[in-house]
Design a protein around this ligand. Structure first.
Ligand code: GDP
Length: 202
C-alpha cells in the first residue's frame, strides 16, 4: 500500500546556519549527497510532489538547509549538495562548517539519507560522510539513485558491493536501490523514514 503521509510535506523555512533552524524538537531526517546525485528528485518522488525540492541549480539556494514540515512534530531536511563547482573555496569551507554543525548538534536529527549515483557509489566524500556519521552515531540509509540507468544485474552488483563495503565499516548503515524516474524503491524508503520519524504506519 502506498503511504500518502509524505504528500503532506510543505516547505517550512531555509537556514544558512544552525541558529536559523526551526526549534530543535520532534523528529527530523536529513537528505545529503554530492551535487547531481539525484537528491532533489528523490525528495520529490518520496513526497510525491514534483516541485518540492527544486531541481534547479541556483547557487544562492543550494547552499541553504531547507526544511519541509510533514506535521507539527516531523520534518524532512534538504541539505546543501556537496561539490557544487561554481562557488568559491571560502564559501565551500563555510558551508561545510554549517553542515557539520547541523549534523553534529541537532538533537532531533534521527537519521541521514545519503544519495549516491548507483553507477559511482562510495566516492571520497561519501566515505568521509559515512565515517563521520559513524563517529557521531548518526544512522545512515543510502539510496543508490538512478538505478534505471543500469541493467538489473549491474544494479544488483553495485548494491552488493556497497553492502559489502558497509559491513566492513563501523556505524548503523543500510542501503537500497532507488529510481526517481521509475519510482522504484519508494516504499522501502518510506519504511526507513517511518522508523526514524517514530511513526506508526497507518
Ligand atoms: P541533485 O543535485 O542531487 O539534487 O540532483 P537532481 O535531483 O537535480 O538530479 C540530477 C540529474 O539527474 C537531473 O538531470 C535528473 O533528471 C537526473 N536524475 C535524478 N534522478 C534520476 C533517476 O532516478 N533516473 C534517471 N535516469 N535520472 C535521474
Amino acid at each position: 500500500m502506498t503511504d500518502n503521509y509524505y504528500r503532506q510535506a510543505r516547505f517550512l523555512t531555509s537556514a544558512a546556519k544552525l541558529s536559523q533552524c526551526p526549534p530543535d524538537e520532534g523528529y527530523e531526517v536529513a537528505f545529503a549527497g554530492r551535487s547531481n546525485a539525484g537528491k532533489s528528485s528523490a525528495i520529490n518522488v518520496i513526497c510525491d510532489h514534483r516541485g518540492l525540492a527544486k531541481t534547479s541549480k541556483t547557487p544562492g539556494r543550494t547552499q541553504l538547509i531547507n526544511f519541509f514540515a510533514l506535521d507539527d512534530e516531523r520534518r524532512l531536511v534538504d541539505l546543501p549538495g556537496y561539490g557544487y563547482a561554481r562557488v568559491s573555496v571560502s564559501i565551500k569551507k563555510d558551508w561545510q562548517g554549517n553542515l557539520a554543525n547541523y549534523l553534529e548538534k541537532r538533537q532531533c536529527l534521527k537519521g541521514l539519507v545519503l544519495m549516491m549515483d548507483v553507477r559511482h557509489p562510495l566516492k571520497d566524500f561519501d566515505v568521509q560522510m559515512l565515517e563521520w556519521a559513524a563517529h557521531i552515531h548518526l544512522p545512515v540509509h543510502i539510496l543508490l539513485t538512478k538505478a534505471d540507468k543500469l541493467k538489473r544485474g549491474a544494479a544488483s552488483a553495485s548494491y552488493q558491493k556497497v553492502r559489502k563495503a558497509l559491513e566492513d565499516m563501523q556505524g548503523e548503515f543500510s542501503v537500497q536501490l532507488f529510481s526517481s524516474l521509475k519510482k522504484t524503491g519508494v516504499e522501502e524508503a518510506h519504511h526507513k523514514l517511518n522508523q526514524w520519524l517514530n511513526r506508526e504506519k497507518p
